[in-house]
Design a protein around this ligand. Structure first.
Ligand code: HXC
Length: 245
């Protein structure tokens, strides 16, 4: 598909993407790179990082992978520092790292609940905190917490916290540091680990009948939204603003 954006919309920018080795995160890396950005990926698995970096460099995108777990503050700090060392700056932080599995509330251990909050919510805040340096932040959540979702109480709680963190940072850091903080809440997106783990095929094909366009969203859709929100095309929002007290 041809991009609706000019190829230099992120020219000269450096983007650090957590969970950028696969799925939506990798598509964001690819599209950011195709639009001029240099990419740093943070992820837990070396092999996933290596193949993502190889795929990006093969199409001429500057890319580097740093191993790390967003649950560990020291990893977040080290990866942010390594990205600075490698590219001399970070313009864009994308928080995409997330953990997920289906479990009914009564079968889910409190530690299972905590594990997903640690990855999604605390991990997002920690990365924002370590990377605070101007530029733009984009955090990817979901739509399941906007209503309720079967067997995803932990994920719903985690994504609700991600959205709350996005709104509060947009207010505080937009005002104080001129940092644009945005979120994207994707619905079901085809061809992702999230979909294959959480929604068996028969559910997906039935659900399609109720979808406005009779089809699943695509990773491309999210990457294009990400491109818009992190580019200079997107500028400050008013609806969150309120007096400081
Ligand atoms: C029940 C589980 C479980 C499962 C782990 N736990 N997997 N409970 N069912 N399938 C519990 C464990 O019992 C344990 O609690 C606690 O969680 C920690 O488990 P660990 O195995 O030690 O955790 P870890 O190895 O760190 O694994 C993290 C993980 C894992 C989140 C559990 O599944 C993971 O990292 N998955 C890959 C990431 C992923 O799926 N990404 C896709 C995101 S998609 P106890 O009490 O036993 O100690 C996405 C889209 C959302 O975000 C929206 C979709 C519509």
């Amino acid at each position: 598909m041809e991009s609706p954006f000019k190829a230099d919309v992120l020219k000269g920018k450096v983007a650090l993407v957590t969970g950028g080795g696969s799925g939506i995160g990798f598509e964001i890396c690819t599209q950011f790179g195709k639009h001029g950005a240099s990419i740093a990926i943070m992820g837990r698995r070396r092999s996933v990082l290596d193949s993502a970096v190889d795929a990006l460099t093969a199409i001429g995108i500057p890319a580097v992978g740093f191993e790390g777990d967003v649950r560990r503050q020291e990893d977040c700090k080290r990866v942010v520092e390594s990205t600075f060392q490698h590219y001399s700056k970070i313009d864009i932080l994308v928080n995409k790292a997330a953990g997920n599995f289906l479990a009914s509330a009564e079968d889910l251990s409190p530690n299972g609940f905590k594990t997903v909050l640690d990855i999604d919510s605390v991990g997002t805040f920690t990365m924002c905190h370590e990377a605070l340096n101007g530029g733009a932040i984009l955090s990817i959540s979901a739509t399941l917490h906007l209503t309720a979702s079967w067997y995803q109480i932990h994920v719903s709680a985690a994504k609700a916290a991600v959205d709350a963190t996005t709104r509060n940072l947009a207010l505080e850091w937009g005002t104080d540091y001129d940092i644009r903080v945005n979120g994207i809440a994707p619905g079901p997106i085809g061809d992702t680990v999230g979909m294959s783990k959480l929604a068996p095929d028969e559910i997906t094909s039935k659900a399609r009948d109720y979808m406005p366009l009779y089809k699943l969203g695509e990773k491309w859709d999210i990457a294009m939204a990400a491109l818009y929100l992190t580019s200079d095309a997107a500028d400050g929002g008013l609806w969150l603003s309120r007096p400081r007290h």
